[in-house]
Design a protein around this ligand. Structure first.
Ligand code: C2O
Ligand code: CU
Length: 461
């Protein structure tokens, strides 16, 4: 695969076309409708040619669903795809029945006209996202993903609050999506693409104004790509990880690292002069860097003075794990190319194991990895015995990241998806929530589809 390009693979990109800002839907009483259907969109270059994708409400990504903390969200879904689907509300502490896992929490929404109603309360403010949980690699890879923004009761004052949804596409010279499937991707780094879009657009410029304060809600909705974004000439502050507030701080090594499924909220003060350009560069693939987007300053500043330092945002009502009483669990990741992948596994279409067990997404036979008790605290040591990175996601819960390779982390972030580097050990802790079987899986969706998924069974207290 060649390096991803922001410029058109095919001719004719207008270099400074303004980037499309996603339509926001003000939600009171937070009732929304998602129509899932094939669509044609200009993916590789603004203005075309079109690529056949799968869409929510006709676009990629889907609409930004905006709601308020404490509100009840209601989403009516209509499936006009040729395949069954579900909607998973990634990161939201939903009731088990609303989690969108086919055959586990609901029946699939039938192809060609099936309907389903999701309705649940939103306990936490923050940046979340939604995507299918059936044939996830292909469904997300064809474009099905959208941001869910839950506004705090007292939102942070900014000039613009924007979701930036990052998607990675593997397209052919004819601007069609390359065929899905293939064991090679599944056993290696997953399906890495050759075009990266920001809010569905390949435009290279994003207009800002001098002295403007942005809240950027970065969502990595790519099936496999890890981003490491450098904001040149700017000093972004991380204010939330996977939706949950953290003390505002500069990103480590000046790079905002986002594994598949993860989110980071940033405050970006646009301090350049009118007419200036500030590049955002992705170093996520160690083999090359490329320009994701340029912030291009308007000739008119938004104001003359600098904005004061941002005030910290209120924490979410997450149950704090009792570390003294927490029971230890181990989640061992094995398999993959240059690792524990055996011929016998490959013969079954399986490339990875969790604690020695594999699921096959198509067979809906997730294994129980551990049995927990609701209300109790657990420390889980995730041991990556593979040569690959794995963003490990736990449904229905938010955990604290405690240590990496045994060393306490500088800032114990709250997350629902932890990026675990090759051979790394990451320790997380959380309080077991609602009883039920909750999926834990790798968010490299080709890994998930090749066995890297299982269940935490939570028994009643
Ligand atoms: Cu974002 Cu189980 O998924
Ligand atoms: Cu993985």
């Amino acid at each position: 695969m060649p390096a991803p390009t922001r410029r058109a693979l095919l001719a004719g990109a207008g270099a400074l076309a303004a980037m499309r800002v996603l339509p926001a839907r003000a939600g009171s009483p937070a009732a929304h409708r998602l129509v899932i259907a094939p669509a044609e969109v200009p993916l590789v270059a603004p203005g075309g040619p079109d690529t056949a994708v799968w869409s929510y409400n006709g676009g990629v990504p889907g609409p930004v669903i905006r709601a308020r903390q404490g509100e009840r969200l209601q989403v009516e879904v209509e499936n006009h795809l040729p395949v069954d689907t579900t909607v998973h509300w990634h990161g939201v502490r939903v009731p088990h029945a609303m989690d969108g896992v086919p055959h586990l929490t609901q029946a699939p929404i039938p192809a060609r006209g099936g309907r389903h109603l999701y309705a649940f309360d939103l306990p936490d403010a923050g940046t979340f996202w939604y995507h299918p949980h059936l044939l996830s690699g292909e469904a997300v890879g064809r474009g099905l993903a959208g941001a869910l923004v839950v506004e705090a009761r007292e939102p942070l004052q900014v000039d613009r609050d924007l979701a930036w949804v990052l998607q990675d596409w593997r397209v052919t010279r004819e601007a069609a999506l390359a065929p899905f499937g293939g064991f090679h991707d599944a056993a290696h780094a997953g399906r890495l693409g050759n075009v990266v879009t920001l809010n569905g657009s390949a435009a290279e410029a994003f207009a800002v104004r001098s002295r403007e304060r942005l809240r950027l809600r970065l969502v990595n909705a790519s099936s496999a790509r890890v981003y490491a974004l450098e904001f040149r000439e700017l000093a972004p502050l991380v204010i939330a990880t996977d939706g949950h507030p953290i003390e505002p701080h500069a990103p480590e090594g000046r790079r905002v690292v986002l594994g598949p499924g993860q989110r980071t909220d940033l405050i970006v003060d646009c301090l350049g002069d009118p007419g200036a350009v500030a590049a955002v560069v992705d170093h996520g693939d160690p083999r090359f860097a490329y320009g994701l987007v340029n912030l291009v300053y308007d000739p008119d500043p938004i104001r003359e003075e600098y904005a004061p330092a941002p005030t910290p945002i209120a924490p979410n009502p997450l149950p704090a794990p009792d570390l003294g009483a927490a029971e230890p669990l181990v989640l061992r990741l094995e398999g993959g190319a240059m690792g524990g992948l055996t011929r016998e596994m490959a013969g079954r279409g399986v490339a990875w194991t969790l604690n020695g067990l594999s699921a096959h997404e198509g067979h809906h036979d997730h294994a129980v990895l551990a049995t927990l008790r609701s209300g109790r605290s657990y420390r889980v040591e995730i041991i990556n015995d593979t040569a690959w990175r794995h963003p490990m996601h736990l449904h229905g819960h938010v955990f604290r990241v405690l240590t990496r390779n045994g060393v306490p982390v500088a800032r114990p972030e709250w997350r629902d998806t932890a990026l675990v580097e090759p051979r790394e050990r990451v320790e997380i802790a959380f309080v077991a929530g609602e009883p039920g079987d909750w999926v834990v899986h790798c968010h490299v969706l080709e890994h998930q589809g090749a066995g890297m998924a299982g269940l935490f069974r939570i028994a009643p207290a």
